[in-house]
Design a protein around this ligand. Structure first.
Ligand SMILES: O=C(O)/C=C/C(=O)CC(=O)C(=O)O
Ligand SMILES: [Mg+2]
Length: 219
């Protein structure tokens, strides 16, 4: 068996655990209350898409939104991880998009149903190259940005997160055992907006990484 390399974690078939409403300005723009504990949902590994392949608009949505997020790649698994030890479980980071069918999410919310079709469809998790932990010494203070067709739509600092990365790792691992290769999406700052077929998305983490994706309609 060939050894697996964490720098290609998206090929491992591990969990993608997403945190919602973790930035007050984004919670407000969608008219949601500020959460008192993390809001969690999941994407399957089939949601991953890498640069060079397009983000596909599912045929059932008329309002696909971008959400730029810092992803945390788990390097050492665990259950009930104390906050003080949480960063020892981090192998590195990735820049991620949490693509969201907002109209479907709104309908699910109004009917009290899960967000699965709004959040977990194929290509709903565009992901950058793996970023080793040492390249982001202070993940609680990095700038995320996203442009659509060269126009800046999102720009926010991870310092605005309501729940810190150590808190999230500890909280999640109380309910869901974390495994090597899992990815945690830590939520999006304000500025989410709709994308259309043929749009070009560019996103980055200050001087650390950039990535580009084209949007296509699913046949
Ligand atoms: O509750 C809503 O209206 C929307 C919530 C989200 O989509 C949450 C996120 O994915 C996020 O904040 O990043
Ligand atoms: Mg999100």
């Amino acid at each position: 068996m060939t050894a697996r390399n964490i720098s290609q974690f998206w090929e491992w078939g591990r969990k993608i655990i997403c945190v919602g409403r973790n930035y007050a300005d984004h919670a407000k723009e969608l008219k949601n209350a500020i959460p008192t504990e993390p809001v969690l949902f999941l994407k399957p590994p089939s949601a991953y898409v890498r640069e060079g392949s397009p983000i596909l608009v599912p045929p059932y949505t008329g309002n696909l939104h971008h959400e730029v997020e810092l992803g945390v790649v788990i390097g050492k698994g665990g259950t009930a991880i104390p906050q003080a030890a949480a960063m020892e479980h981090v192998a590195g980071y990735a820049l991620c998009l949490d693509m969201t069918a907002r109209d479907i999410q709104d309908e699910c919310k109004s009917r009290g149903l899960p967000w699965t079709l709004a959040k977990a469809f194929n290509t709903s998790c565009p992901v950058s190259d793996f970023i080793p932990k040492e390249r982001i010494p202070d993940p609680a203070n990095v700038q995320l940005w996203l442009k659509v067709n060269e126009q800046l739509r999102q720009s926010g600092s991870t310092s605005q997160m309501i729940f810190s990365i150590p808190y999230l790792i500890s909280y999640i691992s109380d309910f869901i055992t974390l495994e090597e290769g899992d990815l945690i999406l830590t939520g999006t700052p304000k500025g989410v907006s709709a994308v259309q077929e043929h749009d070009e998305l560019q996103a980055g983490i200050q001087d650390v990484v950039t990535m580009s994706f084209r949007v296509d309609r699913q046949d």
